[in-house]
Design a protein around this ligand. Structure first.
Ligand code: ADP
Length: 411
C-alpha cells in the first residue's frame, strides 16, 4: 500500500510517502519520498528527496499555498526525486488535522460530512484547519476519488476528565465550545506506544509524562494509555513557553493592554503567537540552538529565556505528575526534546527528589530512541523521535485495510 501523508503547519508543509509491503512494520520505515515547503511571502523553499538519495532544493515564486503544494507533489511523480511513476499508484492520502473539536476521537475516512465538520472547527484554529482543507481539496482535484483519511491532533485528548477540560470561566463557555482540547495528540499517543515497547511494560500499567518540545511545546499526562491532562488548551497558545508563543500568562495582562493601549485582538494574537516565548525574551531567536549558543557566549537575555523555558517546563511536568499521582517515565520528543542535552539535564535536575537519575553519558544529541536514565533510576527517562507522519500513515493503513477486508467479506 502506498500512503501519502500531508502534514500542514501555518508556515510550512511536510509530506511523506510510505510504502507498506505485507503487514504493518513495528518500527517506522524510511519514507520512499519526503517533501517540505517553507513559505516566505510569495516565495517558497521546496525540498524533496527519495529513498534512493536523490534530492531537490528550489526557491520558487508561488501564486498560492495550493500552488506550492502542487509543485512539491509534482516532484513525487516527475523528475529525478520521483518515487512513483504515476499518481494513480497512490492508494490513500492521510492528513494531519489540527482541530477536530469534540466530534472526532479517532482517525476517520474523509467524507463530505467530515469536510464540513473540519470547516466548522476552523473557527477554533483558522490558519490550520483552512490550510488542511485546501490540502484535501487539492488531492481531490489532482488524484481524483481515492480514499483520504483525517487524523486529528486533538483526538488523543478527547477523553480528558472534565475537571481538566473545563475552564473556570462561566459555565456557559462549555456549550460554546470553549474548553481544553489539547494538541500534538498524534505524537503524544505515538510516544506512549513507543514507551511501552522501550520499557517492555504494558501501557495499561504505566504513568507517563510526554514532553513534546518543538517550535510548539506541550506536555501530556498519560495513564492507562489515555491522555488525562495536557498543557495546550482551547488553542495551541496555552501552556508552556515556546519558540515564539507565550504559553499561559495572566489573562489580566491582555485586558490591561486592551484598556490602556487600545490593543486589538489581532494585535494581541500576533504578539502572543509570533513575538513572544524564546524570541520575545531573548530578542535573538525562537530557535533553541541559537538560545543555547548565545547563552554560552554570555548573553544575559538568552540565559533568562533558557531559564524561563526550563522553569515553565518543570512547573508543567510537576502539574502532570500531580494529575497522574506519580510518574514511571518522562519522555522527551520533537526538535528540542530530542536534540538538546542541556535542556533535558536542566529539566530533570529538580526531579532528583523522585529518584530520577539521568545518565550523563547517554544524555547526548539524538541517535536512536532510548532510555537515558541510570539503571537505578526510579523514573525512566526516554528520548523518542517524533514520528507524526508515520503515525498518520499507520492510521491510514488500518482504516483502509479494514475497509478492504469488509469489502472482501461482503463479496
Ligand atoms: P516543529 O514543531 O515545527 O515540527 P521541530 O520538532 O522540528 O519543529 O523542532 C524545531 C525546534 O527544534 C527548533 O526551533 C529548534 O529550537 C529545536 N532544535 C533542533 N535541533 C536542535 C538542537 N540540536 N539543539 C537544540 N534545539 C534544537
Amino acid at each position: 500500500m502506498k500512503i501519502l501523508v500531508l502534514n500542514s503547519g501555518s508556515s510550512s508543509q511536510k509530506s511523506a510517502l510510505y510504502e507498506i509491503l505485507g503487514t504493518l512494520p513495528e518500527h517506522p520505515p524510511t519514507p520512499a519520498w519526503q517533501g517540505k515547503i517553507e513559505w516566505d511571502g510569495d516565495q517558497a523553499d521546496i525540498q524533496a528527496q527519495n529513498s534512493q538519495g536523490a534530492q531537490l532544493e528550489a526557491r520558487l515564486k508561488v501564486a498560492s499555498r495550493s500552488n506550492a503544494i502542487e509543485q512539491m507533489l509534482d516532484t513525487l511523480w516527475n523528475g529525478k526525486v520521483r518515487a512513483v511513476s504515476d499518481p494513480s499508484e497512490i492508494d490513500v492520502v492521510g492528513h494531519r488535522i489540527v482541530h477536530g473539536g469534540k466530534e472526532f476521537e479517532e482517525a476517520t475516512v474523509i467524507t463530505p460530512q467530515v469536510k464540513s465538520a473540519i470547516a466548522r472547527m476552523a473557527v477554533f484554529a483558522p490558519l490550520h484547519n483552512r490550510a488542511e482543507l485546501e490540502g484535501i481539496e487539492l488531492i481531490e482535484k489532482r488524484l481524483g476519488n481515492l480514499p483520504q483519511v483525517a487524523v486529528f491532533d486533538t483526538g488523543f485528548h478527547s477523553h480528558l476528565p472534565e475537571a481538566a477540560a473545563v475552564y473556570p470561566g462561566p459555565f456557559e463557555w462549555l456549550a460554546q465550545g470553549i474548553r481544553r482540547y489539547g494538541f500534538h495528540g498524534i505524537n503524544h499517543q505515538y510516544c506512549a506506544g513507543r514507551a511501552e515497547q522501550l520499557l517492555g511494560r504494558e501501557l495499561n500499567s504505566l504513568k507517563l509524562v510526554t514532553c513534546h518540545l518543538g517550535n510548539g511545546c506541550s506536555l501530556a499526562a498519560i495513564r492507562h494509555g489515555r491522555s488525562t491532562d495536557t498543557t495546550m488548551g482551547f488553542t495551541p497558545l496555552d501552556g508552556l513557553m515556546m519558540g515564539t508563543r507565550s504559553g499561559s500568562l495572566d489573562p489580566g495582562i491582555l485586558t490591561y493592554l486592551m484598556r490602556e493601549e487600545n490593543s486589538t485582538g489581532k494585535h494581541l494574537d500576533d504578539l502572543l503567537n509570533t513575538k513572544s516565548g524564546l524570541l520575545g525574551i531573548s530578542g535573538i531567536s525562537g530557535d533553541m540552538r541559537q538560545i543555547v549558543a548565545s547563552m554560552k557566549n554570555g548573553n544575559p537575555r538568552a540565559k533568562l529565556a533558557f531559564e524561563m523555558f526550563v522553569h515553565h517546563l518543570q512547573s508543567g511536568i510537576g502539574a502532570m505528575i500531580a494529575a497522574l499521582g506519580g510518574m514511571d517515565a518522562l519522555v522527551f520528543t520533537a526538535g528540542i526534546g530530542e536534540n538538546s542535552p542541556e535542556l533535558r539535564a536542566a529539566a530533570c535536575a529538580n526531579f532528583r527528589f523522585l529518584g530520577l537519575k539521568l545518565d550523563s553519558a547517554k544524555n547526548v544529541p539524538y541517535s536512536v530512541d532510548q532510555d537515558i536514565s541510570l539503571p537505578g533510576s526510579v523514573v525512566r527517562v526516554l528520548i523518542i523521535r517524533a514520528q507524526e507522519d508515520w503515525a498518520i500513515a499507520r492510521d491510514c493503513w488500518r482504516l483502509v485495510s479494514v475497509k478492504s477486508s469488509e469489502r472482501a467479506d461482503a463479496s
